[in-house]
Design a protein around this ligand. Structure first.
Ligand SMILES: Cc1ncc(COP(=O)(O)O)c(C=O)c1O
Length: 392
C-alpha cells in the first residue's frame, strides 16, 4: 500500500441497541438471576478485560460485580446491594465518593481549558498543584514531575535517578534496590522493582538491574533470614542493614536508588520498626544512593499525614505519589524531586527527555488541588495519626 492509498472501506456495523438496564427499586436487592439479565453483564463478558483478574469467572457466566454508585464511604452494586468501600476503591477515594466540589472544579476547568500538555508549556492548575505539593513535601523536595499514575511515577523516578548519576559523572550507577513482596507498579521498570515473582514471570525479561532485600514483616522475621535478638528494633535495624549488604554486594558505584514504601502494602501491611528509616537514610547517604519514598498508597492522609515520610521522620530524595491526590476523581501521578537532583537540569542543554501526554492534564490538577485540600482536612487530627503516635 502506498502512503496515499486508503484503507478499503468497511461497512459500519449498525448501532447496537442497548436493552434497558434492570435497575433495582429503591431499597430492593435483585437476585443473582435478575442481575444476570442486565445487558451490561453480557457486554462485560463479550468485551471487557479486567485487571489482575482471571477472565474465566466471567467467561463461565458467573458475571462480574458491577459497581454503579458511590456516596461518601459507601458504594452500591447493580443488584442494589450497599457496601462500605473499606479499601477506598484501591486506596484512592480518600475524600469519599460523590463530592460535588471536586466534580464542579473539574467541570469549570474543562470549560476553560480542556487540555494542554506540559511539553514546553505550562498551565495554571499544573503550576498551582506543583506549588502545593512542594509545600507539603519535606526538606528540599521542591520540584514536581507529573505522570498519569503510580507506576509511571516510579518509572520516572528510576529513569531520573539513572540520568542524575550520569550528570554527576557516575554513569554506572543504574541499579535499583527494593524489598521482597513490595508492589511498585506494572510498567517494565516499575515491575522489575516490584518484588513479587508471581506477577513478573510472564513478562521476563524485564528491565535488568533491580534487586530485592527483606521487608519489615517481623512476623516472618525468621523466614527472611533474621535470627538475632527478638526485639522489633533489632529486627528493623537488621532489615535496614540488609540494604547496605546488597549495596556492598552489587558495588556502590552501580547502585542508583532504593525504592521503599513507608508502610509496605503488598503481602500484608508492614510498618517500619523504630529506627528503620533513620538507618536507611544513613546507608543511602554513606553510599551515595538515592532514597525514593514510594507513597502511591501512603500519601494524602492515608496514615494521617500528607506524606508518610513526615510521619516516620525521614527526608527522601524523591517521593512517588498518585491515587488519593485526586481522590480518584481523575487519574494522576507525580514524582517529587529534591533540589539536589534537579540542580543539573537547571543548566544549559541538559534535559530530562521523558513525559506523558496526559501527565499534565489541567482537569487533574484542579481535582488535585481540591482533593489534597480535602485530604489535608481529613488528615488533620485524624484518629490514625493519634493511633500511630500512641506508644502501644
Ligand atoms: C506502592 C505502589 N507503587 C506503585 C503503584 C502503581 O500505581 P498505579 O496502579 O497507579 O500504576 C501502586 C499501586 O497500587 C503501589 O501500591
Amino acid at each position: 500500500m502506498t502512503l496515499l492509498s486508503r484503507k478499503p472501506k468497511v461497512a459500519k456495523p449498525a448501532t447496537k441497541k442497548v436493552a434497558k438496564v434492570n435497575k433495582p427499586a429503591e431499597g430492593k436487592i435483585l437476585s443473582q438471576r435478575e442481575v444476570m439479565k442486565d445487558p451490561l453483564q453480557k457486554m462485560a463478558k463479550d468485551h471487557l478485560w479486567m485487571h489482575f483478574a482471571r477472565q474465566s469467572g466471567m467467561e463461565s457466566g458467573k458475571g462480574v460485580p458491577i459497581i454503579t454508585k458511590g456516596d461518601g464511604h459507601h458504594i452500591w452494586d447493580s443488584s442494589g446491594k450497599k457496601y462500605i468501600d473499606g479499601l477506598s476503591g484501591l486506596f484512592v477515594v480518600n475524600a469519599g465518593h460523590g463530592r460535588k466540589r471536586l466534580a464542579q472544579a473539574a467541570a469549570k476547568q474543562a470549560e476553560e481549558l480542556a487540555f494542554f500538555p506540559l511539553w514546553s508549556y505550562a498551565h495554571p492548575s499544573a503550576i498551582e498543584l506543583a506549588d502545593r505539593l512542594a509545600d507539603y513535601a519535606p526538606g528540599d523536595l521542591n520540584r514536581v514531575f507529573y505522570s498519569t499514575g503510580g507506576g509511571e511515577a516510579v518509572e520516572t523516578a528510576w529513569k531520573l535517578a539513572k540520568q542524575y548519576w550520569k550528570t554527576q559523572g557516575m554513569p554506572m550507577k543504574t541499579k535499583a534496590i527494593a524489598r521482597n513482596i513490595a508492589y511498585h507498579g506494572t510498567p517494565q521498570g516499575a515491575l522489575a522493582i516490584t518484588g513479587l515473582p508471581g506477577i513478573k514471570a510472564a513478562f521476563e525479561p524485564l528491565v535488568p538491574g533491580a534487586f530485592h532485600v527483606p521487608n519489615t514483616n517481623i512476623y516472618r522475621a525468621k523466614e527472611q533470614g533474621y535470627h538475632g535478638v527478638e526485639t522489633e528494633e533489632a529486627f528493623g535495624l537488621w532489615a535496614a542493614d540488609e540494604i547496605e549488604r546488597m549495596i556492598q554486594m552489587e558495588g556502590p558505584e552501580t547502585v542508583a536508588a532504593v525504592f521503599l514504601e513507608p508502610v509496605q502494602n503488598a503481602g500484608g501491611c508492614f510498618p517500619p520498626q523504630a529506627g528503620y528509616f533513620k538507618r536507611v537514610r544513613e546507608i543511602c547517604d554513606q553510599y551515595d544512593v538515592l532514597l525514593v519514598s514510594d507513597e502511591v498508597i501512603c500519601a494524602f492522609g492515608r496514615i494521617g499525614e500528607m506524606f508518610a515520610c513526615n510521619a516516620y521522620d525521614y527526608v527522601p530524595d524523591m517521593i512517588t505519589c498518585a491515587k488519593a491526590m485526586t481522590s480518584g476523581y481523575s487519574p494522576i501521578g507525580a514524582t517529587i524531586i529534591s533540589d539536589r537532583i534537579y540542580e543539573p537540569f537547571k543548566h544549559g542543554t541538559t534535559a530530562f527527555y521523558h513525559g506523558y501526554t496526559f501527565g499534565g492534564h489541567p482537569g487533574r490538577q484542579t481535582f488535585g488541588s481540591c482533593a489534597t485540600k480535602s485530604s489535608q482536612n481529613y488528615s488533620h487530627d485524624s484518629p490514625i495519626r493519634a493511633l500511630r503516635r500512641s506508644p502501644s
